[in-house]
Design a protein around this ligand. Structure first.
Ligand SMILES: [Zn+2]
Length: 414
């Protein structure tokens, strides 16, 4: 019997709805990692996978691996995450895992072994919603996790990281063992389907796209130091207003973003002393800059620094930068990108390609294995909210394209 892609995509959507019903409330999806609802989602998934005859196991970092053995031990991994932010959407993460489940179904349906071994991995704690560390499980597998940063960290209720994980049989000091466990699996490629979480595909009227890489990030705090003074007695030209300098800088960052076709965001502003009748003596803003081009990212960073110096001196204040986080752009694997473009083209008529602004588990995996991602469009660009949605016909297109990609990768010499 030939496999029907339409039926496959329909089953994925049915599964997504079933999971949403099981693990959402009026506010949206509540599958925060290391909580009971998350475990409910994982138990539900495990039952479905085992019903297909797949073998389910957990690694030292709490990632759930589902395996269907192939003729060859060479393996392909499909991954994403069942965990959500609080009040999250029905597709973020779950789409990728349940599309993987359908791939397992496809290769177990006729009792014949697939050519390659196929794994589906449900990464533990992609969102970092409780302890602020994104891509926790996948960074343990890639080996980049710095677990010392997390020991002693507490959630909003004062529960320590190590305490929460122990409840789920994960020992923080052993999480990095998952890297060795991964290396033993003979994995040749990693594939991830995800919603775009942005407005670009919708604006361009595309349903799906091959994702060829993920943006690099420069994230800093910028402190402007002026002089607090009485709002009534100080003439404007004599002020050292730290907020005005920060505000001018924020406008310049917008120009830098537009110039490089990149994104710059000032998401935080702290004014001191934060009093209605006092000229701000200090203002701290955050800056998050992202683009796929490493050279551009460096230039953006340098230009942003230069412009803050200029603005500071024009306003009679001083300026200092403090790094929060930075990561280089990550390009995915060329051969997998070609197969992914082909799959998107077969389904949509066009080989649409884009890069990801947000980080994903795939970015961690790309450090250790050839990787590619695929996006489906997001209605209104919304995610991390219960309004997150992709209309079903468009979701169908994305899932079908992804299942095609899996098939190409399972079939070809890779
Ligand atoms: Zn996600």
């Amino acid at each position: 019997m030939t496999y029907n892609l339409n039926d496959g995509a329909t089953r994925v959507i049915q599964d997504l709805k079933e999971l949403a019903l099981l693990t959402s409330d009026g506010g949206g999806a509540q599958r925060v990692a290391w909580t009971a609802f998350w475990q409910t989602a994982r138990d539900w998934y495990k039952q479905k996978a085992e019903a297909l005859g797949a073998e389910v196991s957990k690694d030292s970092a709490g990632n759930v691996w589902t395996k269907v053995e192939g003729e060859s031990t060479e393996a392909i991994v499909i991954g994403s995450h069942l965990d959500s932010v609080p009040n999250g959407g029905w597709l973020d993460g779950a789409l990728g895992v349940l599309a993987g489940l359908e791939a397992l179904r496809r290769y177990t349906i006729d009792g014949k072994k697939p050519k390659k071994t196929l794994y589906v991995v449900d990464w533990a704690d992609e969102e970092g919603a409780r302890y602020g560390y994104s891509c926790l499980g996948s960074s343990a597998v890639s080996g980049s996790l710095n677990v010392d940063e997390l020991i002693g960290r507490v959630d909003l209720n004062g529960v320590a990281f190590e305490e929460a994980l122990t409840e789920f049989q994960v020992r923080p000091e052993k999480m990095l063992h998952a890297h060795q466990e991964f290396l033993k699996r003979n994995i040749k490629g990693y594939l991830e389907l995800h919603i775009e979480q942005g407005p670009i595909l919708e604006k361009e009227q595309k349903d799906a796209a091959c994702v060829f890489g993920a943006a690099g990030v420069e994230r800093h705090y910028i402190d402007f130091l002026g002089q607090a003074a009485h709002a009534g007695s100080f003439p404007v030209p004599m002020r050292q207003d730290a907020f005005l300098a920060a505000a001018e800088a924020a406008l310049e960052f917008r120009e830098i973003a537009l110039k490089y076709n990149a994104v710059c965001t000032v998401g935080q502003v702290q004014v001191q002393p934060d009093v209605v009748t006092i000229v701000p003596g200090k203002c701290t803003i955050s800056l998050d800059m992202r683009t796929i081009d490493a050279a551009d990212l460096q230039k953006m960073y340098e230009e942003a620094q230069a412009v803050t110096e200029k603005i500071a001196s024009a306003n009679g204040v001083s300026v200092g930068w403090r790094k929060i986080y930075s990561v280089a752009p990550q390009l995915f694997d060329n051969q997998l990108i070609r197969l992914c473009e082909q799959a998107v083209e077969e389904e949509t008529g066009e080989a649409t390609k884009m890069y990801s602004g947000p980080l994903h588990d795939a970015v961690e995996m790309a450090k250790v294995v050839p990787t590619v991602m695929m996006f489906t469009m997001s209605e209104g660009g919304l995610s991390h909210t219960k309004e997150e949605h992709t209309p079903e016909p468009k979701l169908q297109v994305g899932i079908r394209a992804f299942l095609r990609l899996v098939h190409h990768v399972m079939d070809c010499a890779f």
